[in-house]
Design a protein around this ligand. Structure first.
Ligand code: UDX
Length: 448
């Protein structure tokens, strides 16, 4: 009989995973402790902007006309326990307030609520990003608390999805990593992932600690790559070089590769910043802190980019100590394009800093306006890029949405006070903007 799957936690990870499991042909029951989320999802609506996700959801949510009916949602742990053969735990592990370590309380409470409902053989699969050592502890806890005892097993199966590509990354993962010591658990997960494995996704079986570490190691490497190129941008600025050309040239070396070498205002979001910090905190607990001291530097190079953009903007509007009386247009609020996520967004951070220093900031973002407003209600917001730049002394391009690359510099030029643009993502074409009479400046590139 086909496996029945539950998904616990319906954020980016869980909502996408649940819809993807239904797409792969399984009966799926998703749970969240927030009833409003369950109502939305049950009506086929996604609580965040993620390309393709709503369509996939509507294709499978029970009760929607023409759907497969394989996907349902609930707030009942009892129902989850009775329904599932495989339970995926997809809850969030945010950074703790005032500490580097991550907050495991959602994971702990998911396991504590699920375990007592497990009265028959089941496989629990952790997907959340957790400090190494968590899986072993959680496995013991499951056996203690589950009525079915040793019949309940745990596997750790980290998730590598990128926001903006969540559906594609979940349906066609570039690798599937499974931490488990049990052949039975491995067999079940091979069945769950038979389709992507059949299409060629590598299936890598490891022990618990390795599976947990793969995730944090991958994100640390990506963060390091971005901070490396941003460090090169600093040197290019000092030496008069061009970091975009430099990245292109070193990227042709296959050992280096061109991806994740875009210099700019750096990385943000709900993953990279908190994952490298939690990794440092955990290494410290394990007595291996020296191994990761370089991540402190990666973090500080990254945070310095935001301050550097503020300084470039200050210099651009007059060079004295404050932004008082200056109008600053900010294009972009999300931490990256094709997402409405503003968590630890470099763009919003820069906008906020300038506002707090007296600048009159007006922000426009294609999808992140509601979230930005909620986080930073005191900033000015406009309904379009053109509206945002009206009367601006300087325009900051801080998130590389396609919409911004397609802007007409001539039209925008008619609305601003001064044709001055700072490209915080090295994503606009300098020749086009300069050709329309703009002063174009970017990070790590020579001034023309
Ligand atoms: C990341 C990982 O890529 C993903 O595998 C993991 O599962 C979760 O964390 P995500 O947070 O969606 O995914 O964003 P990502 O695409 O990695 O970008 C992170 C940040 O780095 C963004 O703010 C982006 O603007 C920035 N970035 C990315 C750069 O500044 N330069 C680059 O070259 C690439």
């Amino acid at each position: 009989m086909a496996l029945k799957i539950t998904v616990i936690g319906t954020g980016y990870l869980g909502a996408t995973h649940a819809a993807a499991m239904a797409e792969l042909g399984f009966e799926v029951l998703g749970l969240d402790v927030v009833p409003e989320k369950i109502e939305m999802l049950s009506a086929g609506r996604v609580p965040m902007y993620e390309p393709g996700l709503e369509d996939l959801l509507r294709k499978h949510v029970a009760g929607i006309e023409g759907s497969s009916g394989r996907l349902r949602f609930t707030t009942s742990w009892e129902e989850i326990g009775a329904f599932g053969d495989v339970h995926f735990v997809c809850v969030n592990t945010p950074q703790k307030h005032g500490e580097y370590a991550c907050d495991m309380s959602y994971v702990e409470s998911a396991f504590d609520s699920l375990a007592p409902q497990l009265g028959r053989a089941a496989l629990v699969v952790g997907k959340s990003t957790v400090p190494v050592g968590s899986a072993e502890r959680l496995a013991r806890r499951l056996t203690e608390l589950a009525p079915a005892g040793g019949e309940v097993e745990l596997a750790w199966n980290p998730e590598f999805l990128r926001e903006g590509f969540a559906v594609q990354d979940t349906l066609h993962p570039d690798r599937i990593v499974v931490g488990t010591g049990s052949e039975r658990a491995e067999k079940v997960l091979r069945e769950v992932y038979a389709t992507p494995v059949g299409e060629g996704s590598p299936f890598i079986v490891t022990d618990f600690p390795t599976a947990e570490l793969v995730k944090t190691a991958a994100n640390s490497f990506l963060a390091t790559k971005i901070s490396f190129i941003n460090a090169m941008a600093e040197v290019c600025e000092a030496a008069g070089g061009d970091v975009v050309k430099l990245a292109e040239a070193i990227g042709y070396d296959e050992r280096i590769g061109r991806k994740f070498l875009r210099a700019g205002i750096g990385f943000g979001g709900g993953c990279l910043p908190k994952d490298i910090r939690a990794f440092m905190a955990r290494a410290g607990e394990l007595g291996a802190d020296q191994a990761l001291t370089f991540l402190r530097e990666v973090d500080s190079i990254n945070m310095r980019r935001r301050g550097h953009m503020v300084e470039l903007a200050r210099e651009a509007v007059g060079g004295d100590s404050s932004f008082l009386g200056k109008r600053v247009a900010v294009l972009g609020a999300t931490f990256k394009p094709d997402s409405d996520d503003v968590r630890d967004s470099p763009a919003l951070n820069v906008a906020g800093q300038i506002h707090l220093q007296g600048g009159q900031v007006t922000v426009y973002d294609p999808k992140g306006m509601d979230n930005a407003r909620r986080l930073f209600p005191t900033l000015g917001y406009a309904g379009s890029a053109l509206e945002a730049v009206r009367g601006a002394d300087v325009v900051l391009h801080l998130t590389e949405w396609r919409e911004f690359r397609e802007l007409d510099p001539e039209e925008l030029g008619g609305a601003v006070t001064r044709r001055l643009i700072l490209d915080g993502r090295n994503a606009l074409d300098p020749a086009v903007w300069r050709g329309a009479g703009w002063t174009y400046r970017a990070m790590g590139r020579p001034r023309a």
